[in-house]
Structures are given as structure tokens and as C-alpha cells.
Write a protein of this length. Structure first.
Length: 256
């Protein structure tokens, strides 16, 4: 026995029930019971479809966030990572270990939340508990910014997410990790109209593009960045594709 559920003139779902061999056929009483359950079945189908749409939107958003040239890190209430794009993993390694050591530690398995970021999140967590415990007012939106003490230009911005009182889910923390050291380099070496092109690249791609413009070979770049030659070649190909140039010579001319 099957039931069709419609959205306008399109079938949105079909619900079917089967009896095992040897069982009797559905009688009128069975059909009446199923018909009485039809509104509840349709509600369940709508919920499943809504969850599927939300999952699709989340996957699209996560895929977008993975490719933007800014580190995005989402922590839960206990400061465990919920989401981190590749740039966030790289920036966390630099915050914890420094730029020189970090190049060999850019893996999700080794990712550590910087201690300075943890302290800010812990302070916000205490304030959230205090505010929510007293007459349950709305927690004010705050953005805490801090700069790496040994690497000027490395900025972390921390804010509480979903911190409204009365919600069942505990708040989380959004950490935006930025590398602004490139801004200082490009201001001196690249004209403003060329900076727009550089910011179409990820931070690692911008670093590679500037080294190419200095005349470095792939082998030299691999040695300086402590990356494999294959990785450098793949990144160079990505840079050429994003900027629409066919060769190193054209890239150098574009960014000169």
C-alpha cells in the first residue's frame, strides 16, 4: 500500500507499507488507520526535506569557507574545534609555533587552538554565564581583537556565537584569523591596481606569486617555503588559472 504526497502538481514523496509473505492483505480498517496518520507522515516528510536542504546549504557554505583567504575557526562551548578551513589550520600553527616551524605542522590532526585565543574565549564564557544568570538579559555582541606578540600583522578576532539567553544549545565562539603582513609587503612592492589581483589569491598563493616575481625558480621557492616541488607546481598552476595568465613571464609582467 502506498500514499503519494503532493506539492502543487509535483509529487514530493511516496510512503509505502508492505506485508510479509503469508500475512493478510490490508483491510479497510488498516487503510483507515494509515489515512488517519497521513498528516503526521507528511509532517515527518517535510522535516526530513528541511533537514536535507539545511545540510546542503551547510555543505555549500563550508566549501565556500574552505577557499576564502581568511582563517575561519568555530569552537564549541568547551573550546573544541567544530569547523576550521585550511587557512585557519595554517594560522593556528603559526600562532602556536611561529612562522618558521609552522610550515611542517599544517595538518588538522596537529591543530592547536592558540593559548591567547583560548584565554579570550574563556573570558567571554565567564561573562556569558554572569549575564545569563542575572534576569537573563541579552548578551551584548562583542568583538575581541588581539595581535600576535611576536608576529605583527597576525590578527585574531574572537566573538561569541548564539549567546542569547534561554537557548538550549550552549554558545560557541567564532575566531577570524587574518594575515596582514602581506599588506605591508605589497604596499612597498606592488602598485594599488595590482594589489586587487593579489587579493584574489589565497595567502600561500600570494606568497608564491611574489616569489615568482622576484625571479625565484620552483626549486628555490620549494626550499624557501619548505614545501615539496610538486606542491609548488600545483600552487603555481592555480595562481596562473586565477589570474588568467599562461606563464611565469606573463605573471611577472602583470604584477610588475
Amino acid at each position: 500500500m502506498s500514499a503519494l504526497f503532493w506539492r502543487g502538481d509535483e509529487v514530493k514523496a511516496m510512503f509505502s507499507l508492505y506485508r510479509a509473505p503469508g500475512q493478510p492483505e490490508f483491510d479497510e480498517a488498516d487503510i483507515a488507520r494509515i489515512d488517519a496518520l497521513r498528516p503526521h507522515i507528511e509532517t515527518a516528510i517535510d522535516r526530513v526535506q528541511k533537514l536535507q536542504h539545511e545540510r546542503l546549504r551547510r555543505k555549500v557554505l563550508e566549501e565556500f569557507n574552505r577557499h576564502i583567504p581568511i582563517g575561519l575557526l568555530l569552537l564549541d562551548w568547551d573550546l573544541h574545534p567544530v569547523f576550521a578551513n585550511h587557512q585557519a589550520v595554517q594560522e593556528c600553527a603559526i600562532w602556536v609555533h611561529g612562522p618558521g616551524v609552522a610550515r611542517g605542522l599544517v595538518t588538522r590532526e596537529r591543530m592547536e587552538v592558540p593559548e591567547a585565543v583560548r584565554r579570550v574565549c574563556e573570558q567571554l564564557r565567564v561573562e556569558i554565564l554572569k549575564v545569563n544568570a542575572k534576569e537573563r538579559p541579552k548578551f551584548p555582541q562583542r568583538l575581541e581583537r588581539l595581535e600576535h606578540p611576536q608576529a605583527p600583522g597576525r590578527i585574531a578576532s574572537v566573538s561569541a556565537v548564539n549567546a542569547a539567553p534561554g537557548l538550549l544549545a550552549r554558545p560557541g565562539f567564532l575566531v577570524v584569523l587574518e594575515d596582514r603582513t602581506m599588506e605591508r609587503r605589497t604596499e612597498a612592492n606592488v602598485t594599488p591596481e595590482r594589489q586587487r589581483l593579489l587579493w584574489a589569491l589565497s595567502p600561500s598563493e600570494r606568497e608564491l606569486a611574489l616569489l615568482i616575481c622576484e625571479g625565484c625558480s620552483n626549486q628555490e621557492i620549494a626550499r624557501r617555503l619548505k614545501k615539496s616541488l610538486l606542491t609548488i607546481k600545483k600552487q603555481a598552476t592555480s595562481v596562473f588559472a586565477k589570474l588568467g595568465v599562461p606563464s611565469r613571464a606573463r605573471l611577472m609582467a602583470l604584477l610588475r
